[in-house]
Design a protein around this ligand. Structure first.
Ligand SMILES: C[S@@+](CC[C@H](N)C(=O)[O-])C[C@H]1O[C@@H](n2cnc3c(N)ncnc32)[C@H](O)[C@@H]1O
Length: 209
């Protein structure tokens, strides 16, 4: 599972460095790590803050939290008044999400095949989901994410670089194929400028139906 450090400063690393993300954990274990981080005083709502700011700027209330895990971000957004749907392939993560927020909509599904027959103002891929979907699946995931966006809606994704062969240039190319245009790129969810480092938060806008 991804390290809960999305907003921390990151040292430069060579992109060829291969590091292995730990295997999936149960939802409660995942949450405990975030809780421990929050107890140190770290702001653990960087993702929700950026999504909130983007939707306030651009308008819209509907959010798809794609690869929502335990609902960490989705629940925070719902508490801020957004209409959120969470999708994840791991039923143990969704079990935790349902237990924490049974009133929200949680969907068990594979992002590379997702077909909810509805569209959102913003789709988010937070917590290294792009890495977790696995090599070769990224393009199809981006196509499915684009299909779930209204025209003018945005896809926001933050993920670690250098843990697979998939580069930021590949992500942008796959996004373009899916009808998504890069509008902003940051080094953190707190909008630090992107400087070519090993973590990127990308905002792409859907330009066509
Ligand atoms: C590190 S967790 C991030 C969870 C949440 N977004 C967060 O930031 O706390 C990555 C999540 O991606 C999910 N995932 C990986 N591949 C997926 C796929 N093909 N379809 C749906 N979810 C997937 C995993 O089950 C896991 O819950």
């Amino acid at each position: 599972m991804a390290r809960p450090t999305d907003d921390s400063a990151r040292p430069e690393r060579r992109r060829s460095t291969k590091r292995h993300l730990p295997a999936y954990e149960r939802g409660d274990d995942y949450d405990r790590r975030w809780e421990a981080l929050a107890e140190t005083g770290t702001d653990v709502h960087g993702e929700a803050n950026l999504v909130d700011a983007l939707l306030q700027q651009r308008g819209g209330r509907r959010v798809l939290d794609a690869g929502c895990g335990t609902g960490r971000v989705a629940i925070e957004l719902a508490q801020r008044g957004y209409e959120v749907v969470g999708v994840d392939i791991d039923p143990t993560m969704l079990d935790t999400a349902r237990r924490k927020a049974s009133d929200l909509r949680w969907v068990l599904g594979d992002l590379s095949r997702l077909a909810l027959d509805e569209q959102f103002d913003l789709v988010m891929l937070a917590g290294n989901v792009v890495v977790f979907v696995g090599p070769g699946n990224e393009r199809e995931v981006l196509r499915r994410m684009a299909a779930h966006l209204v025209r003018g809606g945005v896809l926001v994704a933050g993920f670690q670089l250098g843990v697979s062969q998939y580069l930021l240039a590949d992500y942008d190319a796959d996004a373009a194929t899916a009808g998504l245009r890069l509008t902003d790129r940051y080094a953190t969810w707190g909008r630090a400028p992107y400087d070519g480092g090993d973590y990127a938060v990308s905002v792409h806008e859907k330009t066509r139906y």
